[in-house]
Design a protein around this ligand. Structure first.
Ligand SMILES: [Ca+2]
Length: 319
């Protein structure tokens, strides 16, 4: 299992602000739905990997042919408020602090990237998921998505394009929602409603938005507007695997990572991982930033793919 590096000095300041239980003290909790807090990062002089880090939210770089956007450390309120239309009970809000900045894929992983890094596509194409270098990978199970991350890490280690202490991985659920929100507190990164002119989903708009097209299939990644940090298709197109096991209660606190903690059982006794973001075959409401879905890690579907993060790790070792 990946081990995170120890939080750096400024975390002490954050914990001091938030209190020992990680909750925001009365009066300091975010009250408007316009922005979340981004904590200014201070790179350690002499840090060998510092040059690899970004400077501000949305900075871009490319590694292994994968474009990435910088997500700074910060805190945010994960989940949806009680008055958000169409919200679900498993979205009860928690406060989260992410001490570790990270790179996140600007786009969903594409078929072209998969073929170049891993080889044959992991599952069949369909009428709704047609072939195309710039179309997302679908029909990929959780282990295969992990394999992509591991293989990409090894590839760029050899080429020297990825410094020690950084690895490709799937995002945690908290990282995913933090990046999806990109500083927003509204139901979506584009506001409190969503049109299928803004994201690839079935045409029924969310919360009174303008009606748009219903493609009922995947599109090339990046065909819809980016969120404030430069990330495309966090809402819609293909749904995205997260690293965590599904827990009915959202993980809060500091750097939550439930990838090794099995959570809520399915009716048949199995467990699911989390997937996020809605798809071309959903209506508008499941494309909200806080919407959560579960899926057993062994299974695959054409409308489920993933995007990568590059995170700081304590070592290059994995379990
Ligand atoms: Ca997506």
């Amino acid at each position: 299992m990946r081990r995170f590096v120890k939080p750096r000095g400024w975390l002490l300041l954050v914990v001091g602000i938030l209190g020992c239980n990680g909750s925001f003290p009365s009066g300091s909790a975010p009250s408007s739905r316009t922005s979340n807090a981004v904590i200014s990062d201070t790179k350690t002089a002499g840090d060998a990997s510092a040059d690899f880090a970004g400077a501000k939210a949305g900075d871009e770089r490319e590694v292994a042919g994968i474009k990435l956007c910088w997500c700074p450390p910060g805190r945010f309120r994960m989940g949806s408020p009680p008055d958000e239309p169409e919200r679900r009970p498993d979205e009860t809000q928690v406060d989260v602090i992410l001490t570790q900045d990270f790179w996140m894929g600007k786009y969903e992983v594409t078929q072209g990237q998969w073929k170049r890094i891993v080889g044959n596509l992991p599952g069949p194409l369909t009428a709704e998921l047609p072939a195309g270098e710039d179309f997302p990978v679908g029909n990929v199970n959780y282990a295969e998505a992990e394999t992509f991350c591991r293989t990409a890490t090894e590839l760029v280690r050899q080429s020297g394009d990825l410094p020690a202490g950084w690895e490709f991985w799937l995002p945690t659920e908290a990282q995913w929602e933090y990046a999806c929100r990109a500083g927003t507190k509204t139901a979506t990164a584009f506001g409190d409603n969503l049109s299928s002119k803004q994201a690839n989903f079935q045409g029924k708009p969310y919360n009174g938005a303008e009606k748009g097209p219903s493609l009922n299939r995947a599109t090339k990644v990046g065909s819809y507007p980016a969120n404030p940090w430069g990330l495309h298709d966090m809402h819609g197109n293909i749904c995205e695997w997260c690293r965590d096991w599904y827990h009915a209660k959202l993980p809060g606190g500091v750097d939550p990572d439930l990838s090794s903690v099995k959570g809520t059982r399915n009716r048949d006794g199995t467990f699911s991982r989390v997937r996020r973001g809605g798809t071309w075959c959903d209506d508008g409401w499941p494309n909200r930033s806080a919407f959560r879905q579960r899926f057993e890690p062994e299974r695959r579907y054409d409308h489920i793919g993933f995007r990568v993060v590059i995170v700081r790790t304590a070592s290059d070792s994995r379990d």
